[in-house]
Design a protein around this ligand. Sequence first.
Ligand code: ADP
Ligand code: MG
Length: 261
Amino acid sequence: MLELEHTRELLIEMGLVSAAALLDARLEAAAKGELTYLSFLSGLLDAERQERRRRSEEVRIKLSRLPHRKTLEEFDFTFQPSIDARQVKELSTLAFAARKENVILLGPPGVGKTHLAVGLSMQALRAGLTVYYATLPQLIADLKKAEQTGKLERRMKAYLRTNILVVDEVGYMQLDRQAAELLFRIVCTRYETGSIILTSNKFFTNWGELMSDAVIATAMLDRLLHHAHVINIRGETYRLKDRAKAGFVTVPPAAIHPAVL
Ligand code: ADP
Ligand code: MG
């Protein structure tokens, strides 16, 4: 089987590693199934392409640093009637990312903001786009450290080069002036050049206080909201639903988080 060995070598040399690995089995199946030359070839190349896409998706998922891999299919829209399922479905077409628009998810803790942000991200990764996820405290700590060590410009690029940047958990941490300016730079640089999916438990009216600077907050919101899809979730926390099922006494979310919204 010199010819077989030679063919395998050629495939490997041309970078068609999966096709090379599948060659034996595919040849056998082709002989048994009496496949035409053309369908044998296209089947082998299809398998190569599929494997490449799978690997590329896996690499992009890892690089995205998403906290988990929950999908939109796993989201129960009947539990959260304040969310317009059609709007999320429209967003899942990723037209927003092609148009470099933003998605802002607002609501109290536990209502599914991170889940939806990750679900949309997973959809984007499946479609071949790149995503980078960070909570706001992570992002600020990372950029402050980079600034101290003179690596700010390089780190900024990591937040600017992906198709979608997820900034999760805006609102839990009060930003000082330096932090507000770093976030402002990111929002400005991505403005109309890349999408941001942002989640927050605070209404926009509270952002001045949150950023310790009303002028920066206003300028940031101006850019963020210019082309944005805002989803305002006013529901109960899903976490308590599970606790109720397990027999725990449930406390209304408002009693636990009186300061929220
Ligand atoms: P938030 O970011 O708004 O605080 P999360 O997205 O982290 O909330 O949701 C809390 C938990 O509840 C997660 O495990 C999430 O997957 C789950 N969850 C929230 N809402 C839903 C929902 N409508 N359907 C299915 N799971 C949900
Ligand atoms: Mg969250």
